[in-house]
Design a protein around this ligand. Structure first.
Ligand SMILES: [Zn+2]
Length: 231
């Protein structure tokens, strides 16, 4: 779903510091889906996104997509870990999913200096461009950890905004809120992971969001409205 004219409040940004966004300023009952890392490459998920035209933005990490190292222990053993590698990410892109930056190795950026952070972020953007054909404009720091150096490094790598979230989606499609009132709010950004049973959990989640009277928004279009990005 796209924003109506005048619906989205402007997020102040003077262009000198990268904007940090954890929700979209709107009063419409719309929420945004994002999905991180890229370990469990369930083909059923791509089918759902494509056939039901569900807007979702992916933040991928090289080591997850290429199945280097061990998957997020919270995810458990998956059937599809690294199954299609970058080919899977390309299928997502072809299904309309923007592919954004979530570093090469998923480090805690607060433990790294500027140069190392820049290598993680620029390296990831370069790799995504090589495999997907489009350069990321959004960055999500692993674990939500970032500092002033992260904002500078991301900007130097061509990133236009740092994207956080307001709620995470757990196995079974359960929503874990970061706010005390435990309800969806207009403009919420939900964080999912490429985990086992993703296709099943995703169907449960989307049905739940719609039952509560919310629609799924196109994050890119809403961000453009919020940041008054010229394009
Ligand atoms: Zn992550």
């Amino acid at each position: 779903m796209l924003p109506r004219p005048g619906e989205v409040k402007e997020i102040p940004s003077d262009g000198s510091v990268l904007p940090v966004i954890s929700s979209i300023p709107t009063r419409r009952k719309v929420v945004f889906l994002t999905i991180d890392d890229g370990w469990e490459q369930d083909p059923g998920f791509v089918r759902q996104v494509r056939e039901q035209r569900i807007p979702i933005t992916a933040f991928v990490t090289r080591d997850a997509v290429e199945a280097l190292g061990a998957p997020d222990p919270a995810g458990g053993e998956g059937k599809y870990v690294g199954r299609g590698k970058w080919g899977y990410v390309r299928q997502l892109r072809e299904a309309g999913v923007p592919i954004e930056n979530h570093t090469l190795t998923h480090p805690n950026l607060r433990t790294l200096g500027y140069t190392a952070q820049k290598a993680e972020i620029c390296g990831s953007s370069k790799l995504i461009r090589k495999h997907i054909g489009a350069r990321p404009t959004l960055f999500r720091p692993p674990f939500g950890n970032y500092g002033a150096d992260t904002l500078r490094a991301a900007k130097a790598c061509g990133i236009e905004a740092l994207l956080l979230w307001t709620a995470t989606v757990q196995p079974g499609g359960k929503i874990a809120y970061q706010v005390p009132d435990k309800r969806l709010r207009p403009g919420d950004i939900l964080l999912l992971h490429f985990r086992p049973n993703l296709a099943r959990d995703f169907a449960i989640l989307v049905a739940k969001i719609r039952r509560r009277g919310y629609e799924l928004g196109n994050l890119d279009a809403y961000l453009k409205a919020a940041l008054r990005r010229a394009k």
